[in-house]
Design a protein around this ligand. Sequence first.
Ligand code: UDP
Length: 285
Amino acid sequence: MLALGDRALLDRLFHRSGFDGVMHFAAHIEVGESVADPAKYYANNVTGTQVLLDAMLLHGIDNLIFSSSAAIFGEPRHRRIDEAHAKAPINPYGRTKLVVERMLEDYGAAYGLNSVCLRYFNAAGADPGGAIGECHEPETHLIPRVLSAASGRAAAVTVFGSDHDTPDGTCVRDYVHVNDLCDAHLLAMRSLWAGGGSAAFNLGNGNGFSVREVIGTARAVTGRDIPVVTGARRTGDPACLVADSKRARKELGWSPRYERLEDIVAHAWRWEGVLAGRCGHRMPD
Ligand code: UDP
């Protein structure tokens, strides 16, 4: 659990095996928790990452793929967020990701560490085969929460704020399939191995869906009624985050396979069936 900041453990691992690169997924990721407990976020996401980078340098590993986030941008200043967009995070989670991006620029210039920062918008979906999916404790993300209300594992889903500056008042996000994100990581690592140099890419579908639209899609995909409660805004939530991913398509050759929200939700629903089965809830065929 604490391996990221455990220098002795990293030294043993890096010493024992030959690594051509590192993919770093080991951050804390909940916006609300980062507001309530920023120390936890700075300790793991920033200090832990610096420990990892220093261990990599000592062992001659100079290629890193870093899971960054749309949260580094803050409130959007134009409709789609490209890489040139101002970086002005509005919550501690986003600030920790931006600090690491800056650290990587400095480590690149001074020590030759090559990195690709992949700024995920809303990672969602599950492996279409139904064998791999997300399982957080507690689960905070919208799509799994909506689907657990559909399966009966949860009584209802709460909509966090209906007075945002968006067409239906609920937050708009860009949901990108987890397998498409996997593809981007492989392409990014290959580009570093080919001498492509450090870079940063925004990864999303370029389509924004409101919380209410996600719930509507989930009702259509599952055929279930999904009880909804309207609640207060969640602190630190930007109203709208939608990616411009042209650079990733052009420079990495990234081509997302699952661009329809229906497919993303359908794959997550299959996975919800696995989770609900473990809890003894019956799922439809
Ligand atoms: N959201 C919601 N109810 C929930 C969970 C999330 O209304 O139970 C909203 C949240 O406020 C945000 C969007 O759904 O606008 C996506 O939230 P999520 O936590 O999935 O990802 P984030 O955008 O925070 O990375």
